[in-house]
Design a protein around this ligand. Structure first.
Ligand SMILES: NC(=O)c1ccc[n+]([C@@H]2O[C@H](COP(=O)([O-])OP(=O)(O)OC[C@H]3O[C@@H](n4cnc5c(N)ncnc54)[C@H](O)[C@@H]3O)[C@@H](O)[C@H]2O)c1
Length: 281
């Protein structure tokens, strides 16, 4: 059901690759809620993804940009303002990638070239985006910027590797820029810390199936789906959350606040001495 929460609002959505992408769901919801927006991704993702289909459905224009490249970002922001007829109300940063994860380089054997890329793509790109928007005064007063994060920013999760460091930096950038943007332009900057979700990026995380099963069982409300994440993102874009800024908001069914659940306690009591548990790599 749509509520016209974004009626008349304009925005830019980064990171829709295919139907599983969280950004894809956000774009569908934003369209349903009355927004007009630009879709953007890297030229290579545009070649291999299915963005044209989404653009057609949402009547959105696609503008390619590598979010680590300042010139691309400048072109994107200027062109978006031309197409949309002025400043934007909302921006979604839904970007993450680690070559260390892809190439199975574990955390105590990282390639530092890859590590730099992880940080640049998954975190510094957020600063580059915000700084470019600031330079062109591209966001309207009371606008809202959201980036997607993960609990590995605060806790160590087996297999998440250098993406945990990237998410910690991403959340810090949201706070630091959120202060400046709030003080000077009344613009909100937040991160949503989403449950593990089976997307292209999510599926790259080592042991994603076990992780999702664990968080599903440990969260009193269960894992949050990509659709539910999109709904929450729409609320943060809307005027219903005007005084929420510089926050990292857990959207995870309660997982982040659980220490021990009843189910986990029962399991633990049953298999306390796990002598024949298989070794994991
Ligand atoms: N899937 C999960 O379990 C999960 C959980 C919490 C947070 N997140 C975060 O959600 C966000 C979206 O990921 P997703 O799960 O929808 O996966 P996804 O693979 O669909 O999206 C990742 C996107 O990043 C884009 N991207 C990569 N490098 C880029 C660059 N240089 N410039 C511009 N775009 C680039 C990709 O093309 C892709 O569209 C990421 O920040 C991810 O870390 C995902």
């Amino acid at each position: 059901m749509a509520y016209n929460l974004l009626k008349g609002k304009k925005g830019i959505i980064f990171g829709a690759l295919d139907k599983k992408s969280i950004a894809w769901k956000v774009a569908e919801k934003a369209h349903e809620e009355g927004a007009e927006f630009i879709l953007t991704n890297t030229p290579i993702a545009l070649r291999f993804g299915q963005l044209n289909e989404l653009a057609e459905k949402c009547k959105a224009e696609i503008i390619p940009a590598d979010a680590t490249d300042i010139r691309d970002l400048e072109m994107l922001i200027q062109k978006s303002m031309e197409v949309l007829g002025g400043q934007v109300d909302f921006i979604l940063h839904s970007i993450g990638m680690s070559m260390n994860v892809r190439k199975k380089r574990v955390y105590n054997d990282l390639s530092y070239d890859y590590f730099q890329k992880t940080l640049d793509i998954s975190a510094v790109s957020f600063h580059k985006l915000l700084q470019t928007c600031y330079k062109f005064d591209a966001i309207k007063e009371w606008g809202s910027v959201v980036a997607l994060s993960y609990i590995a920013a605060q806790r160590t999760l087996y297999g998440y590797n250098d993406m945990g460091d990237a998410k910690a930096l991403l959340e810090s950038i949201a706070r630091s820029f959120g202060y400046i943007y709030g003080r000077e332009k009344k613009i909100r900057v937040n991160t949503i810390s989403q449950s593990p979700t089976r997307t292209t990026a999510g599926s790259g995380v080592k042991g994603i199936d076990g992780l999702m099963d664990f968080t599903e069982r440990m969260s009193p409300l269960g894992n949050a789906t990509a659709e539910e994440c999109a709904n929450f993102t729409i609320v943060l874009f809307s005027d219903l959350s005007k005084k929420v800024t510089m926050q990292n908001i857990f959207h995870d069914g309660g997982f982040s606040s659980i220490g021990m659940s009843l189910k986990a306690m029962q399991m633990y009591n049953r298999s306390l001495d796990c002598d024949d548990c298989p070794d994991i790599e």
